[in-house]
Design a protein around this ligand. Structure first.
Ligand SMILES: NC(=O)c1ccc[n+]([C@@H]2O[C@H](COP(=O)([O-])OP(=O)(O)OC[C@H]3O[C@@H](n4cnc5c(N)ncnc54)[C@H](OP(=O)(O)O)[C@@H]3O)[C@@H](O)[C@H]2O)c1
Length: 427
């Protein structure tokens, strides 16, 4: 039951009923809140929340950041849409100034405080609290961080690393993309080799296998900067063979290697709410813990290098096939005289509601602004199918979906969002 809509340091949140078996923290009165758009819950002291309407202007003056303005827009938009439909008792605002000055213990996130969990499968996960909401509780590593690749994903990740107090040196093939981050406090690296040699941990997040290899093996590439003890973390979604090759060359130079591809979207990257899958050198994984807290909500350690790429391709294969199936359903609804909106409304009553519903609406409105490039999900389907081939395992659904994405690419949809696969069905 929704009672109060609110936001917290740029995050929209709402006060909801806590699960019956969940005890309220002792002491001061708290609200149980759920972060809008995510599944994160926390107890927040009532005194940390302020009425939205009466404090709106004051807060806008204090918080000049773009994200804060985006959050205001989100609340206003939500209010407009909710009018008459939802029971909204009030809008409250979490005073972001009080976040930094309050001890972290004043918020008690449930599944999200940092912990490392050993699971039966032998995999390990770090669960991080909402990094923005409890920024006071993250202690940034004092290691020097390098970051190569400032695309949709890298940009959000670097912003969050900087916000959480990390010392970051950036490099991007198209150099102008670095400017914004330099203004935000990053240092500029002139080449991937320079970044790898001057930083302790260098992350890379580029488009795919070829770009990942170019960065390492190319002129002034990472390999020329790797020295014993330096860490290299490959975050791009690539095939396991590429990961194994990169791992071997980095370690052959005395470097330490981790792969950490991410599940999410541009929005989740900006929000510091990615899910990070890691494999390779466990000690690097541990050294990266404050970085992973800044950029993600959870991270998993999956064992030897290659495992995270395998898991990520399987996840993206499911996501890509699912998106294509939705596009097929939507267009079949239209072709048989059914309302597309009603189809989506019915679909969104079910379990799939939360993740995809806004994307579905965007399709109907013809909004294909990229959150996840269509060209990248097609790359992932292709790599997953090839992985199935090597394991002698059939992937007929993924193969069919891949053909639809290939058609969408031929229709010039590569640089649109993956939901533009819809256009492949319009004939
Ligand atoms: N977007 C998502 O929702 C999402 C979600 C999960 C995982 N991923 C994965 O994350 C990775 C990055 O995705 P993205 O959305 O950030 O991609 P993007 O916006 O297309 O950015 C790609 C980045 O790679 C760089 N690049 C491409 N080719 C290069 C080369 N040969 N040498 C050096 N740099 C090169 C680009 O540099 P320029 O700026 O110079 O072009 C840019 O910085 C991909 O592997 C993708 O599959 C994406």
């Amino acid at each position: 039951m929704v009672t109060v809509e609110a936001w917290c340091c740029g995050h929209v949140l709402r006060v909801v009923s806590p699960p019956k078996d969940l005890k309220k923290p002792r002491g001061k009165k708290c609200h149980f809140v759920k972060f809008f758009g995510t599944e994160d819950h926390a107890w927040i002291k009532v005194e940390q929340l302020k009425p939205y309407h009466t404090h709106k202007e004051e807060m806008i003056k204090i918080n000049k950041g773009k994200r804060f303005q985006q959050a205001v827009d989100a609340v206003e938009d939500f209010l407009k849409k909710a009018k008459g439909k939802e029971q909204v008792w009030g809008i409250i605002l979490f005073n972001s100034l009080s976040v930094s000055s309050q001890p972290a213990s004043s918020m008690e996130p449930i599944s999200k405080r940092l912990k490392i969990v050993e699971e039966d499968s032998g995999s390990t996960s770090i669960q991080a609290a909402d990094s923005t909401a409890i920024s006071g509780s993250i202690t940034p590593t004092d290691k020097r961080i390098g970051f190569l690749g400032l695309g949709l994903m890298g940009s959000g990740i670097v912003s969050n690393l900087l916000k959480m107090g990390h010392v970051v040196t950036v490099w991007n093939r198209t150099a102008e993309k670095c400017d914004l981050f330099i203004q935000e406090g990053a240092r500029l690296g002139r080449t991937p080799a320079e970044v790898a040699s001057t930083c302790d941990i260098t992350f890379s997040c580029v488009s795919g296998p070829k770009a990942a290899r170019d960065l390492v093996f190319g002129p002034s590439g990472v390999l020329q900067g790797i020295r014993p003890g330096k860490c290299y973390v490959e975050m791009s979604t690539v095939d396991p063979e590429t990961i194994i090759e990169l791992s071997q060359v980095i370690t052959s130079r005395g470097g330490r290697f981790l792969e950490s591809p991410v599940a999410g979207s541009q929005q989740l990257s900006n929000d510091g709410m990615l899910v990070i899958l890691s494999a390779g050198d466990r000690t690097v994984y541990e050294d990266c813990s404050s970085c992973f807290q800044a950029m993600g909500k959870t991270s998993f350690f999956l064992g030897e290098a290659g495992n995270a790429a395998r898991m990520m391709l399987i996840l993206n294969m499911v996501q890509g096939s699912f998106m294509a199936t939705i596009a097929e359903g939507l267009t079949l609804a239209q072709a048989t005289g059914q309302s597309q909106q009603t189809f989506l409304d019915i679909l969104c009553q079910g379990q799939m509601a939360s993740t995809f519903s806004s994307m579905f609406e965007d399709i109907l409105q013809g909004n294909f602004k990229p959150d996840y490039y269509l060209k990248h999900i097609q790359k992932d389907l292709r790599l997953a199918i090839s992985m199935g081939d090597m394991a002698n395992h059939p992937t007929p659904m993924a193969a069919a979906a891949n053909e639809v994405y290939k058609r969408a690419k031929a229709l010039d949809q590569s640089d649109n969002d993956m939901s533009a696969v819809y256009r492949a069905y319009i004939h």
